[in-house]
Design a binder for this molecule. Structure first.
Ligand code: WTA
Length: 661
């Protein structure tokens, strides 16, 4: 476990302007402190108060936290609700039927606005279509669609009938999709003919066909296909159905399925330290509460705001801050199909200008690549656009380096917009540690302080608190409503991953290291302490990539994967490979590296392709046969190693590993 041990000095802090403080929902540091004190004094009472305020319950809950079977915690378990009712019908009952819910901008720039009334109608028809096919409460439905109104509608429709959705990112390969379909036991897959990104048409339906052909997906009764491009796709009746044909005959209203607060709303697969991704299971009530609450407080969302979260619905950020949170508040949000660099790298800035976006939420990787683009292509520089509508900026998914923070603050926020650097995870459901714009001084590179009610802290390996200024392990000391409920089908893995015996099962283990500022107590996340990499804000398990590499049995004898820092993507994937044949060099090695990258793209998806591939006759191992990963990490960084290699069985191979392809 690598833990930073030095104190983080407090660099310059930015205080929110008087106006920001005055107008904010959480106005001033004292207001934040009061909420923290309220939660500390009565953790359950605090969350119960907010659950009554933010959620419309069909049957009010009488229990708050049930910890009788810890760490399988339950929140509000005897309350019943429906997430789609809370996101749609409720807003219409409050008079927001004609308000724009979604501003959808397609890859080619075409804009479609969808009101709350229209979104409800589309959701009801889709929900009825699912019901007409026999999809019931508790059934799993896999959604393999790109960013679209239909994607959001598909999620809401599942929620409406109590079906558990599992969205699979449209960039995952057929193999990865098959694994997820098989693990969920889905009865239906919702997809589109194709997806459009950066001017290119990419397959979706064909990937679903390949996934199902790989076997193990017998639970799937139907594949529902939405037309995006109209391309010809193979059609396998009666399994495959056109969504439009089904919708045409559906009623426009649909009685919601009222479910317990603990009913699973969705499963979302994420990488862990072993080879197999885990199906993170979220609840309906606790999750929806945190989605709505954090949207309101962290983004200080007001009825007149135009919110834009650039994440994909295939990731948790697209669940909480596109499909659920903003809609639960009755907000207007932008949904974008395309990529930030098409038709040029000014796309984000143009869209902020065109749609008068007020709150903008994106990932550090996007910012870093757009900084590069703005420097090399003057026309893509944000100075060419009117960004004066913006009032709050957000960052998510990975640490934001201070230089990127400063650029974002100055060039996008015009020096006036607070940046909320939000730390959280697929498992946490929503923000855990984040500034609130009207309450906190901002320090570039720090995600500041825990969201009120989140008992985050830094401890040592025995679970004892470490003093501020000293690095340690990030834990959460009390359960919270939006937390992961289980790993689908694998409760033991849930326990061992998140409530390990190292801390006697008392604390939630985030898997990240952290350090608190010696003076302010502000948190800085120092990175993962397990074998998980963060590449462009995407979580990738090193073991997952290793097992994909060794499954290429014609070429690969052995493989090890580590991360190294990268200026744009945060971390880059480096693979060390022992081939079955002779050690290749030069052009031959480059060709084999190319083959292995395509293999990984097929096995997992293009996002998992290693940036560097190094070949050797063997991997550096200790005499007892353990791969020396620490040594590989320094080779990957291009460091001349100062590490003790005396235990290394085969020192000559270090030289072979010098060349990356
Ligand atoms: C990292 C994404 C530093 C962290 C919402 C975490 C961050 C993992 C931040 C979760 C941040 C996320 N600062 N690191 N603001 N936000 N991370 O599950 O390592 O895709 O454990 O959830 O991303 O990634 P996930």
């Amino acid at each position: 476990m690598d833990l930073a041990t030095t104190a983080v000095s407090s660099p310059s802090a930015y205080s929110p302007s008087k106006d920001t403080v005055r107008n904010a929902h959480i106005s001033g540091r004292a207001a934040y402190d009061r909420l923290v004190a309220e939660a500390e004094a009565d953790h359950e009472g605090y969350w119960a108060r907010l659950a009554r305020e933010f959620i419309t319950w069909k049957t009010p809950f009488t229990q708050v936290l049930d910890d009788s079977n810890a760490p399988f915690f339950k929140w509000f378990a005897d309350g019943t609700l429906n997430a789609s009712y809370n996101c749609l019908d409720r807003n219409i009952e409050r008079g927001l039927g004609q308000k724009t819910a979604l501003i959808f901008e397609a890859d080619d720039g075409a804009v479609t606005q969808v009101t709350y009334a229209e979104l409800l109608e589309r959701t009801c028809r889709t929900a009825n279509a699912l019901r007409s096919l026999g999809v019931q409460k508790g059934d799993r439905v896999v959604i393999y669609m790109s960013m679209s109104v239909d994607g959001v509608v598909a999620m809401q429709a599942c929620a409406r009938i109590g079906a558990i959705h599992s969205v699979v990112f449209g960039g995952f390969s057929s193999q990865a999709l098959r694994d997820r379909i098989a693990d969920t036991g889905a009865v239906a897959v919702l997809t589109a003919d194709q997806q459009v990104r950066g001017g290119k048409h990419l397959p979706l339906k064909a990937v679903v066909d390949d996934a199902l052909a790989l076997g193990g997906c017998d639970s799937v009764r139907h594949v529902l296909v939405t037309k995006r491009t109209g391309a010809e796709v193979p059609f396998n009746a009666p399994r495959d159905l056109w969504m439009a044909d089904l919708l045409a005959v559906q009623p426009t209203t649909c009685e919601p399925e009222w479910v317990s607060a603990e009913h699973p709303l969705f499963l979302l697969y994420t990488s862990g330290s072993t080879g197999k991704p885990k199906g993170v299971q979220h609840s309906t009530g606790g999750y929806l509460l945190h989605a709505a609450l954090t949207c309101k407080w962290t983004f200080d969302l007001k009825p007149e705001d135009v919110f834009w979260c650039t994440a994909d619905i295939g990731w948790v950020t697209g669940h909480t801050y596109i499909a659920y949170g903003p809609l639960a508040l009755g907000a207007t949000e932008v949904v974008f199909e395309g990529v930030p660099t098409y038709p040029d790298a000014g796309r984000f800035w143009k869209m902020i200008q065109d749609h008068l976006v007020t709150v903008f939420y994106t990932a550090p990787t996007a910012i870093r690549s757009l900084i590069k683009a703005a420097e090399s292509t003057p026309t893509a520089h944000p100075r060419n656009y009117d960004l004066s509508s913006l009032r709050i900026l957000g960052s998510v998914g990975e640490p934001i380096n201070p230089a990127a923070w400063e650029w974002y603050h100055q060039h996008i926020g015009g020096g006036r917009c607070p940046i909320v650097d939000t730390f959280w995870q697929t498992e946490t459901g929503g923000h855990m540690i984040t500034p609130l714009p009207g309450a906190h001084d901002l320090v570039p590179g720090s995600c500041s302080l825990p969201f009120p009610g989140i008992a985050a802290d830094v401890v040592d390996e025995a679970g004892n608190p470490v003093p501020w200024g000293q690095g340690g392990i990030l834990v959460v000391k009390k359960p919270w409503p939006a937390m992961i409920r289980n790993v689908w089908g694998d409760p033991e893995r849930y326990k061992s991953s998140y409530y390990p015996q190292d801390f006697q099962g008392r604390y939630y283990l985030a898997g990240d290291g952290a350090i608190r500022d010696a003076v302010t107590g502000n948190f800085t996340i120092t990175g993962r302490i397990d074998d998980v990499l963060n590449v462009s804000g995407h979580r990738m398990g090193t073991m997952e990539i290793e097992s994909a590499l060794v499954s290429c049995t014609t070429l690969v004898a052995e493989a090890a994967v580590v991360g190294r820092p990268d200026d744009t993507t945060g971390e880059a994937i480096c693979a060390f490979v022992v081939l079955k044949g002779a050690l290749p060099a030069g052009k031959e090695a480059a060709a084999v590296a190319g083959e292995l990258r395509s293999w990984i793209a097929r096995e997992i998806g293009p996002i998992a392709k290693p940036k560097d591939i190094r070949f050797a006759e063997n991997l550096p191992k200790t005499r007892s046969g353990k791969i020396m990963r620490r040594l590989l990490r320094s080779v990957a960084k291009g460091e001349t190693s100062t590490q003790d290699t005396s235990t290394l069985e085969n020192p000559a191979i270090l030289e072979q590993l010098g060349q990356a392809y």
